[in-house]
Design a protein around this ligand. Structure first.
Ligand SMILES: [Zn+2]
Length: 187
């Protein structure tokens, strides 16, 4: 199959999110590989997002709050903090690239992850650093974060090539177009 192309950032985000929903559904159904049902879930979701019937931003606030409440362990590697001193504050969108100081841009990370991530794109860094994908949960949150940023800055309908000329707190090239088989993911 030829590589799918996307006209706008919104389309790419919808596709990535619909794929993630397929992974999530497959995991919940205990499937090791994707079958017809899974692909139907994906196409239904993609269509609903493109037509504006479903919104990626739904439940964003609750989910990000849940992510922050898990302040006993690193949001990236999962290392449990033995003392509060081991926890550092990580800006999901780097400060230097315009990431805000507000709670919704902040998670707790261990020093190793925080300094290794630096001002890199979270997806790009994570996949490079751990040689695997972030959890479904972390991925969903990051996609939502990009979506909300794009919405606030009128970037959703931008062509992807235009985004290369802008200084953004994320790298659209790192947005996954597909995810590994379900058994790869741990919840
Ligand atoms: Zn860590």
């Amino acid at each position: 199959m030829p590589e799918r192309t996307f006209k706008s950032l919104a389309e790419l985000l919808y596709w990535s999110y619909a794929n993630l929903q397929m992974v999530d559904a497959a995991c919940n159904m205990g499937k090791d590989t994707y079958d017809r049902t899974c692909y139907m879930i994906r196409s239904k979701a993609y269509k609903a997002y493109c037509e504006g019937r479903w919104k990626i931003s739904d439940l964003y606030k609750q989910q990000i709050e849940k992510l922050q409440q898990s302040n006993h362990a690193c949001a990236y590697c999962g290392k449990v903090f033995l003392s509060p001193k081991e926890a550092t504050i990580d800006h999901i969108f780097p400060r230097i690239k315009g990431g805000s100081n507000e709670m919704e841009n902040i998670v707790f990370a261990c020093k190793t992850c925080n300094s290794s991530k630096g001002d890199k794109d979270m997806f790009g860094w994570y996949i490079d650093h751990f040689n695997t994908f972030p959890s479904i949960y972390l991925t969903a949150n990051y996609l939502k974060k990009i979506y909300m940023y794009a919405q606030d800055n009128n970037l959703l309908n931008e062509e992807l090539s235009t985004l290369d000329t802008l200084d953004l707190p994320f790298d659209w090239h790192c947005i996954p177009k597909k995810y590994p088989v379900p058994k790869h993911f741990q919840k």
